[in-house]
Design a protein around this ligand. Structure first.
Ligand code: HEC
Ligand code: HEC
Length: 289
């Protein structure tokens, strides 16, 4: 009965203290050291990670600072070791020294074959595609004054060596310059095409990541955006005619210059599986994807 109980017991303190119930109970002490300990491990791991990252970059100081091309710095790819020796490796002499009217390829295409502006990246392109283009320049099938001048002096043996050399080079990281290209439109064209314009998706021929397929379809991913645009406009304007069955002539002629620009910048921003490309963070539309 409420009456009897209340009379027989002392009034309880309004807030019973934990210690009164379980004197061994300690709210913080046993658990606190564990999170601090874990935190310590995480900090140690982070410091080790940064240290390893920096030491991975360190060898590049041997070659001077990483080359800066027109479109930004080219970062090394540690998973693709450079040819033995140095950055020049066992490159054919023509790459870095040239010979007579065969100007050094690196003087225009860069020491790592990275290209710049309207000069294409050659690093990581298929050897057969490179060979075909050099033959096309030499014969005039593909029009370009400088490349015609260079290529017509090359012996077949030179072409084979040059193509093998560039095909083996890692794809350098490309940092895109800011642009006002409509990257979302570019992405649609790249991945889906535009059936109203009768334009197939670029990836249907150039590989699901634009990485290039075999000898016939060159990579678009991480290629210099201005070079891609220059080739598309060359096809549209009828200045480049060397694509098999006029495939590219037809595609380029159906797209507007804005579309060609958009798809060029989008394709260049796609990360190449063998290396990469990095959208400059200041690029306006880059955060759309
Ligand atoms: C004077 C500068 C210059 C030199 C030197 C030069 N190139 Fe080029 N190369 C270019 C330019 C510019 C283009 C783009 C041509 C175009 O717009 O059609 C090009 C295009 C190419 C292409 C076509 C790539 C593609 O994706 O279709 C190949 C292959 C090539 N060059 C190989 C070489 C080789 C190998 C050498 C050295 C023997 C060399 N080039 C020397 C400027 C140069
Ligand atoms: C039906 C197949 C096909 C489709 C689809 C296609 N291409 Fe191509 N593309 C080719 C072929 C083949 C070549 C190589 C031409 C040559 O041998 O010179 C090429 C070459 C190119 C090149 C020149 C690259 C270089 O290194 O010189 C560019 C740029 C290009 N394509 C852009 C595009 C874009 C952008 C799209 C989508 C709008 C696209 N292509 C869709 C077949 C295709």
């Amino acid at each position: 009965m409420p009456d009897r109980n209340s009379m027989n017991t002392k009034p309880e303190p309004t807030l019973p203290r934990v210690e009164d119930i379980d004197p061994t109970f300690e709210p913080w002490e046993p658990s606190r050291p564990i999170p601090i300990f874990l935190l310590g491990i995480l900090v140690a791991l982070a410091i080790t990670g940064v240290g390893m990252y920096l030491s991975d970059l360190a060898p590049w100081t041997d070659f001077g600072s990483p080359d800066t091309v027109a479109n930004g710095p080219v970062a090394p790819l540690t998973q693709y070791p450079l040819p033995v020796g140095s950055v020049h490796g066992d490159a054919p002499e023509l790459v870095h020294s040239g010979a007579g009217s065969v100007w050094s390829c690196a003087s225009c295409h860069g020491v790592q074959g990275e290209g710049a502006g309207i000069t294409p990246r050659l690093a990581g392109l298929s050897p057969d595609y490179l060979t075909k283009q050099l033959h096309d320049f030499a014969s005039g099938e593909r029009l370009h004054e400088s490349m015609h001048y260079v290529a017509r002096e090359l012996q077949q043996r030179d072409i084979t060596e040059l193509a093998a050399y560039y095909a083996r080079l890692p794809v350098p990281l490309l940092v895109l310059p800011p642009s006002d290209a409509d990257l979302e439109r570019g992405r649609l064209l790249f991945e889906q095409g535009d059936w109203k314009l009768d334009v197939p998706a670029c990836i249907s021929c150039h590989g699901s990541q634009g990485e290039g397929v075999g000898a016939a379809f060159p990579p678009l991913a991480a290629q210099q955006p201005e070079y891609l645009f220059s080739q598309l406009t060359a096809w549209k304007g009828g200045h480049r005619h060397n694509s098999p069955q006029n495939l590219m002539d037809d595609i380029a002629s159906r797209l507007s210059y804005e579309d060609l620009y958009a798809v060029s910048y989008y394709a260049a921003s796609v990360r190449h599986p063998g290396g990469g490309s990095l959208v400059n963070l200041s690029t306006e539309n880059s955060d759309e994807r």
